[in-house]
Design a protein around this ligand. Structure first.
Ligand code: CDP
Ligand code: ZN
Length: 158
């Protein structure tokens, strides 16, 4: 059984925060606001994986009312999601993440992002895609108020 899932997330920019996307720290004047490390791209991926397995979403698994997840490293949470999928006899076929940001430039970091995401999920690099786009200065991402991320994932019941 092959199953598809999608994920979407948004976090607002805020001063004095570290910008982390797909586990990579990116030098920029602003970071993203959130209860965890606000890694919006990893959040979208987790929701895509959970959606594919119909196992809920990250809000259900890691409630932001729980102190335990304050400042949490999203790559650690991703490994938990992958373990949950494995417990439910799913393996990941591939996934594709799109980061929607006017700034900063993401392409120099895509190689490291793919390597980290692949490692967290126990996948070869060719199964992992990370890309970026602007919204041509339109909307909240275009005004540099925050970053959005989309993901889609394919999983297979084993
Ligand atoms: O419409 P299209 O996505 O082709 O153009 P764009 O939004 O101006 O993005 C051009 C290229 O810049 C894309 O191919 C991305 O790889 C890259 N990009 C990036 O590295 N970082 C961003 N924050 C946005 C886009
Ligand atoms: Zn999030």
């Amino acid at each position: 059984m092959i199953r598809v899932g999608q994920g979407f997330d948004v976090h607002a920019f805020a001063p004095g925060r570290t910008l982390k996307l797909c586990g990579v720290i990116i030098p920029y004047e602003l970071g993203l606001l959130g209860h965890s490390d606000a890694d919006v791209a990893t959040h979208a991926l987790m929701d895509a994986l959970l959606g594919a397995a119909a196992l809920g979403d990250i809000g259900k698994l890691f409630p932001d009312t729980d102190q335990k997840y304050e400042g949490a490293d999203s790559t650690t949470l991703l490994k938990e999601v992958v373990a949950l999928l494995h417990e439910n006899n799913y393996k990941i076929v591939n996934f594709d993440i799109t980061i929607i940001a006017q700034e900063p430039k993401i392409s120099p970091y895509v190689g490291s992002m793919r390597a980290i995401m692949a490692s967290c999920c126990g996948l070869s690099l060719d199964r992992v895609s990370v890309k970026a786009t602007t919204t041509e200065r339109l909307g909240f991402t275009g005004r540099k108020e925050g970053i959005a991320a989309l993901a889609c994932a394919l999983i297979e019941k084993i």
